[in-house]
Ligand binder design. Structure first.
Ligand code: IPE
Ligand code: IPE
Ligand code: MG
Length: 254
């Protein structure tokens, strides 16, 4: 993750991240098994992928499976992994056709072998598409990410590749799973819950948040457009005063 960008009124967020929540409640409201909600949730991922691009967003991150979600009933976890594998298998040709670069964050090596195989193929085949990126957060948890980064950073110091005296956010953040991705500008959570659930805790330092009661399977392009409209009304300050932000020429370098 790079330095904090200069504060300026940007109408469209470069990087939107979504905590996709409410699949289970969507299903329960209809007397359906939870997995039906997840199946419909995959459709919403497809919709959001293209809606975000149409609306001028450059990068979309979706929180698809958290490191804590392994504690759900085994049949739900198994079904989610099955859906993920199917999605990746089906979607690869579409990603290539539509020039969507696929990336992942999280402990990918903890996912089932079949999922990893399809992920590797999709990431590899789409790696050079420069215009639009879909980031899947899989087996992701911010606390696990920090532990992994601290361990890797300590190993680099021990090996003499990093100097402890030079420690800074710029150096440490290169050990996060998001190392080469920009920080999210906007984080949306669906389903009415207003919490972060271990998602991008450090990268969200200056993100704007939008919470919507819409359940994830019902989330449409119009809902995304509404969240972007809300974002456009916010004034991002990055620690500066309101006067500094509205007179960018006088603002100090961050
Ligand atoms: C989000 O929907 C999907 C995942 C976390 C995998 P939920 O499954 O959390 O749905 P609710 O919160 O029970 O409604
Ligand atoms: C967050 O949703 C994780 C994902 C969206 C993948 P959860 O439904 O797991 O979060 P909590 O448990 O309600 O906080
Ligand atoms: Mg939930």
């Amino acid at each position: 993750m790079g330095r904090v960008p200069a504060a300026s009124p940007v109408a469209v967020p470069t990087h939107v991240a979504i905590i996709m929540d409410g699949n289970g409640r969507w299903a329960r409201q209809r007397g359906l098994p939870r997995i039906e909600g997840h199946r419909r949730g995959v459709e919403s991922v497809r919709t959001a992928t293209y809606a975000a691009r149409d609306l001028g967003v450059k990068m979309l991150t979706v929180y698809a499976f958290s490191s804590e979600n392994w504690s759900r009933p085994p049949d739900e976890v198994g079904a989610l992994m099955g859906l993920l594998e199917l999605y990746l298998k089906k979607e690869l040709a579409t990603f290539v056709r539509d020039r969507v670069r696929l990336r992942t964050i999280g402990r990918v090596d903890g996912l089932p072998a079949g999922v990893q195989k399809h992920l590797r193929a999709a990431v590899e085949e789409t790696r050079d598409f420069p215009d639009y990126t879909l980031v899947l957060a899989l087996n992701y948890g911010a606390r696990a990410e920090v532990v992994d980064a601290a361990r890797a950073y300590a190993a680099a110091v021990a090996a003499g590749r990093e100097k402890l005296n030079d420690s800074s956010w710029a150096t440490f953040s290169r050990y996060l799973t998001t190392a080469d991705l920009p920080d999210p500008d906007l984080i949306i959570r669906t389903s009415g819950e207003k919490r972060v659930s271990n998602f991008l805790l450090l990268q969200a330092a200056y993100a704007e948040f939008v919470f919507t009661p819409v359940l994830w399977p019902d989330f449409t392009k119009a809902d995304l457009a509404a969240a972007l409209a809300e974002f456009a009304t916010r004034e991002r300050r990055f620690g500066l005063t309101g006067e500094q932000v509205s007179a960018p020429a006088s603002k100090p370098a961050l």
